[in-house]
Design a protein around this ligand. Sequence first.
Ligand code: FAD
Length: 404
Amino acid sequence: MSHVVVVGAGQAGASLVAKLRQVGFDGKITLIGGEKVPPYQRPPLSKAYLLGEMAQERLYLRPEEFYADNNIFLRLGTWVREVDPAAKTITFSDGEQIAYDELALTIGAVPRKLPAAIGGDLEGVFAVRDLTDADAMAPAFTAGKRVLIIGGGYIGLEAAAVASKLGLEVTLVEMADRILQRVAAAETSDYFRALHMEHGVTIREGVGLDCLLGQNHVTGARLTDGTEIEIDFAVVGVGIAPATILAETAHIKVGNGIETDAHGRTSDPHIWAAGDCASCLFHGERIRLESVGNAIDQAETVARNIAGEDIPYVPKPWFWSDQYDCKLQIAGLNSGYTDVYVRKGDAAGVQSHWYYKGDQLLAVDAMNDPRNYMIGKRLIEAGRSPDPALVTDPATDMKALLKP
Ligand code: FAD
């Protein structure tokens, strides 16, 4: 009987094993997770869960009994130390070995840390990647405390929104010229800067962290412009690095993440990868999509291919972020955009930003505008690009753009 071993019991790992059974794979399945809790969703860790509005059990992707009911052997609290592609075995951190026929790596990513030399290991400096991180920092999120958020990407901004809602004094520093610079257009940065300022968050752009101050516990921060601020704790949101060490030591090809082919296979024919740890080709470029949508879709494609199908993975990028009462939804991938067109909705704050490369529609950022998000998504997936003049014209019936 064939044995599929999946290392990494997160979003991608859980999706992969469920899909394997759904498509009728009747061999043995083992899902291995280093964390002690069943596979869970991470997005609420910087949103509802951090706000205290969601119980831990609600984070779980499936009830724990799902795995036993589907004859999936779930091994939690177990770290895999090594993969041996020649022997087709994996080794756990306690030295135990098990054999596989097909192996999938769904090991996610690790948050980038601040170096200890600039105070990165002081108490009161938190990362936001897993449940342990969220539980460690949640008690610090109490009214009146002063928090410094380092990094103006989505995770930093979401943490800032939670802190502000809970009555903390929030300062966010972003080393680049503007928040969200790596991922969005200036128009989207402007929107979210204004939103945070309305909520009393101090946003410092073009200013980095020089160092954190304090003996054992962080008490302050010096910024690159020389200013010093007093803080009670800091949240670091400066990006993630794909988890690749298991692949590297097994001599599997790694570039920007574990490299996969169109079917999700790595450079070893019996090893697959999906989710944040994996890179794939999209319009000729090797990319990694750090999102729930990608983790699910890529993992499900891998499952179907392991089960004997022969289907390529076609990324259909989508993402969301919640900050205060604003839901941002993103469809497509904006890399290489040349122009951005803004469509304002009827109500305050309802807005969408349409990214074009020449006359080709690439992506849409929709703020409290689910209708235009859906329209944008469908147009992008169909490879259609409406005239930007129509997109910005308030008189345009946007739904009509979908008509052939
Ligand atoms: P993960 O979910 O990280 O799972 C990987 C698992 O592998 C982990 O549990 C890890 O412990 C385990 N593992 C690693 N190495 C080993 C080993 N050697 N042995 C055993 N186990 C191992 N995406 C969105 O689309 N929208 C959002 O709003 C959004 N918000 C987010 C907010 C936060 C705070 C975070 C952290 C992420 C957010 N994301 C969001 C991103 C999204 O959660 C990830 O893209 C997704 O979880 C990736 O799934 P994955 O399975 O690849 O990795």
